[in-house]
Design a protein around this ligand. Structure first.
Ligand code: ASP
Length: 593
């Protein structure tokens, strides 16, 4: 390639990133490379928008000049290399919306590096594109600004969390992908063994057992940004594979873990939202969370708390409330004029969630309650209601009565339906939820308690005596991290004593042989000097989604699967051929009709 007139060599692949050019570069001879984002023919000149990772710059080409005729042929998404001079845009053509809008590159040479077929959708971030098309051609979708921004944010979050952990003396250690099953409560993905036909590895649901073994191995602070796999139904906040900042530490209690993880997540959040200072993360007990918000991952960006009304209606004659296990209400500010059809829809929603009905009341000035059921409530009940809920004219009140667990669920859901801001609004509200119950009831055949977290979670020292007599009342030393109503992660103090572990296994219905078969290696390890230890895991995909203001984690994952578990680009999962099956010692059953 020719040396340029200013004596600078034009043979480098590129001298600048297109999107980086600014007024300071005027007069420079540059070489930029990128995709043709648009091309306009005007008055004998061709105007190109050349897009690269840094943004877009306008190149002006005179196709009459020998060698530049190619400008007429260029099409969207062709890859070009432009050699030229940076000039100020003529008066009246400066584009203030564009960081490069003060300049343009007057082309002296254009080289086509790659031609492109017309893309199946416009690569313009202002248009909504069908997600199926986007996922089928994810490599094109990734060129769009929102995906570029989200994946860079993701990289920054990972980098900052990694640095924060390293600075706190945590050691990054990789754990294996082909393992025996980990008990996180989901279904395993399994991998057939070729060398041992009929036997299978499981892919890790988390590095849980390995990180605990690392503690026995004397690494007293471990972390890993780990890939985890769980064969569960996919949702907006769930993929088969996900990444977590996985942490474990010895000679540490809940406080130490909460401190160490807080440092990492707050640092990442402050990088994602420059200028925002978050302070420390508040705490709430699990019990308080479900009573006040109706769920264990409260979204603190808005109020509308569940208010206890059981006592207010303790002596009521109103049949719907009399003798109820619990009566709770929420105050929906400024919604007194809600239409009857919306109220009917809310009532249907409440019923679909298990409520017998939904009582609503419009609050008029002076605290007068207007409702089909107002006549059934005594004056003192009405006054107490206004007082306890802090009602003012213009409010709407929604009340549910019945079994306490149902009341919390129903009102917690209605609260979110009515008040939850979009993920991109309302700032960042972190919360530690602590003192989870150790067990929850299951509806499985056989019943019995199931671990709320996992079976290696240490019971609360004050409750351990009730393990066998009243297991559902036992609190765990387990904690969750919540951000804007998303569960970001969970952790616990672990059991490091075999006798306690054995009691938990028995409660869960594993006999000694079962426990040996599944976790023998862990129980063995614990016989050789297990230090007290505790840990946590932060879901990276969810964390980045909230920080990016995205409702769906697919928006922050380079190559996600669809809701039905398919990779639309590679078509995975795909059948394998007979020879491969034979190698693995497998024969397929007919798929279910
Ligand atoms: N292994 C747990 C999980 O993946 C986290 C933890 O307890 O550290 O949810």
């Amino acid at each position: 390639m020719a040396a340029d007139p200013q004596g600078r060599s034009a043979d480098m692949m590129r001298s600048h990133r297109a999107g980086d050019l600014r007024a300071d570069d005027i007069g420079e001879s540059v070489v930029v490379c990128g995709w043709v984002a648009s091309r306009r023919d005007h008055g004998g000149k061709v105007f190109l928008d050349v897009r690269d990772v840094a943004g877009v710059v306008q190149a002006v080409v005179d196709p009459q000049v020998a060698g530049l005729e190619v400008a007429h042929r260029l099409r969207h998404e062709w890859v070009v290399r432009v050699v030229g001079d940076v000039c100020a845009r003529p008066d009246g053509t400066v584009n203030d919306e564009l960081p490069t809008g003060a300049v343009e590159v007057l082309a002296r040479e254009i080289e086509v590096l790659s031609e492109a077929e017309p893309p199946p959708f416009p690569l313009d971030d202002r248009v909504d594109i069908d997600e199926v098309l986007r996922l089928r051609h994810r490599y094109l979708d990734l060129r769009r600004a929102p995906m570029q921004r989200n994946l860079r944010l993701r990289a920054a979050v990972n980098r900052v969390m990694r640095e924060a952990m390293a600075e706190q003396d945590f050691v990054e250690i990789e754990t294996p992908m082909l393992i025996a099953s980990t008990p996180e409560g989901a279904r395993d993905f399994v991998v057939p063994s070729r060398l041992r036909p009929g036997e299978f590895y499981a892919l890790p649901q988390s590095p849980q057992l390995f990180k605990q073994l690392l503690m026995v191995g004397g690494f007293d602070r471990y972390f890993q940004i780990a890939r985890c796999l769980r064969d569960e139904d996919l949702r907006a906040d769930r993929q088969f594979e996900f990444m977590q900042l996985d942490v474990e530490m010895t000679f540490a209690d809940q406080e130490d873990v909460l401190d160490a993880v807080s440092v990492a997540v707050l640092a990442a959040a402050e990088v994602a939202r420059p200028g925002v200072r978050l302070g420390s993360i508040p705490r709430m007990t699990w019990h308080e969370a479900i009573e006040r918000y109706g769920c264990d991952k409260p979204d603190l960006r808005f109020g509308m708390e569940l208010v206890e009304l059981t006592e207010v209606f303790g002596q009521t004659d109103f049949r719907a409330f009399a003798g109820a296990d619990a009566v709770k209400g929420i105050r929906v500010g400024g919604e007194a004029e809600m239409t009857r059809s919306r109220l009917d829809a809310l009532t249907e929603r409440a019923k679909s969630l298990g409520a017998a009905g939904l009582v609503w009341m419009r609050v008029r000035d002076g605290g007068v309650l207007e409702s089909p059921v107002a006549k059934f409530l005594s004056e003192s009940e009405q006054l107490a209601l206004v007082d306890v809920l802090g009602l003012v004219g213009g409010d709407l009140v929604l009340i549910v009565a019945g079994k306490r667990t149902m009341v919390r669920d129903v009102l917690g859901t209605l609260r979110l339906d009515l008040g939850r801001p979009p993920v991109s609004e309302g700032g960042l509200r972190f919360l530690w939820v602590v003192d989870f119950p150790l067990f929850e009831e299951t509806d499985d055949a056989g019943g019995g308690p199931a671990p709320m977290h996992h079976p290696f979670t240490m019971p609360h020292p004050d409750d351990i005596d009730r393990l066998e007599s009243d297991p559902l009342s036992v609190r765990a030393q387990a904690y969750d991290l919540v951000l804007n109503g998303w569960e970001l992660g969970s952790g616990s103090v672990r059991i490091h004593r075999s006798d306690v572990q054995q009691r938990i296994f028995s409660l869960l219905g594993f006999d000694a042989e079962d426990a040996r078969r599944r976790f023998g290696f862990l129980l063995d390890a614990f016989r050789f000097g297990a230090p007290p230890h505790a840990g946590f895991a932060v879901g990276v995909d969810r964390f980045v989604a909230v920080l990016a203001g995205e409702e769906n984690i697919r928006e922050v994952i380079a190559f996600p699967k669809t809701q039905s578990g398919v990779d639309l680009m590679t078509n995975a999962p795909t059948p394998i051929d007979a020879a491969q099956l034979r190698d693995l010692g497998l024969r397929l059953l007919d798929p279910k009709p």
